[in-house]
Design a protein around this ligand. Structure first.
Ligand code: CA
Length: 221
């Protein structure tokens, strides 16, 4: 999963990025409203964490512009303590959740994971796909109750496919959720990792549809 962090406090932005990365996310950070608005509008994210108090373009305006462009990604806003009007304005502009500063990093990570899960239509924090179980909070994937031994990249791919099970996920879509903004998007390595994953999760779980992408079935045949 991929997250955008828009926060002008460099220390906090780095802490958030590191906490999200520890939870398996790839992250891009923007230090002001203009840069954040641009990234959110041009790149693909599973969730955005958006500070409302930003230099230049305020967070509320960033959010309003995203929503005006039809960008529907879940957005968690960061607000100053005790500022109730901020929260209301944030929700009116299209925020999905908020955290009040100072917050616990792990709480923000948890909220971000919950937003992603809900956006994909999953009611519970543990998502089932056939014999696979993803604990979306712990980032652990088990098969028949046994934790799979996966690399970080494998976990990222499988997590995305489990969230979006029973529909074809193109390689382009997958790559957009696996890499940071500046990195090379390497279809070849996705293919190699899918091959490895297929052996780890068992036969018939991940299908390759030539020219279309990958399909993880909730009920493998
Ligand atoms: Ca700020």
């Amino acid at each position: 999963m991929r997250a955008l962090i828009v926060e002008d406090d460099q220390t906090l932005a780095a802490q958030l990025a590191s906490a999200m990365q520890d939870a398996g996310f790839v992250t891009d950070t923007a230090p002001d409203g203009e840069a954040g608005e641009y990234l959110g509008a041009t790149e693909t994210y599973d969730v955005a964490i958006l500070d409302l108090g930003l230099p230049g373009l305020p967070g509320i305006d960033v959010l309003t512009r995203w929503r005006d462009q039809g960008i529907a990604m879940p957005v968690l806003i960061l607000t100053a303590r005790g500022d109730w009007t901020d929260k209301v304005a944030g929700f009116r502009a299209g925020a999905d959740d908020y955290a009040v500063k100072p917050f616990r990093l792990d709480e923000v990570v948890l909220r971000a994971q919950t937003l992603i899960r809900r956006a994909a239509g999953h009611a519970r924090p543990v998502i089932r796909a056939g014999k696979l179980l993803l604990d979306a909070q712990l980032g652990v994937i088990t098969r028949d109750g046994t934790p799979l031994k996966l690399t970080a990249f494998e976990t990222r791919i499988l997590t995305y496919l489990i969230h979006h099970q029973d529909r074809i996920v193109s390689r382009t879509e997958l790559s957009e959720h696996l890499y940071e903004a500046d990195s090379d998007r390497d279809f070849k390595s996705i293919e190699v990792v899918i091959g490895r994953l297929r052996r780890k999760v068992g036969d018939g779980v991940i299908e390759t549809r030539r020219g279309e992408g990958y399909l993880l079935r909730s009920a493998p045949r």
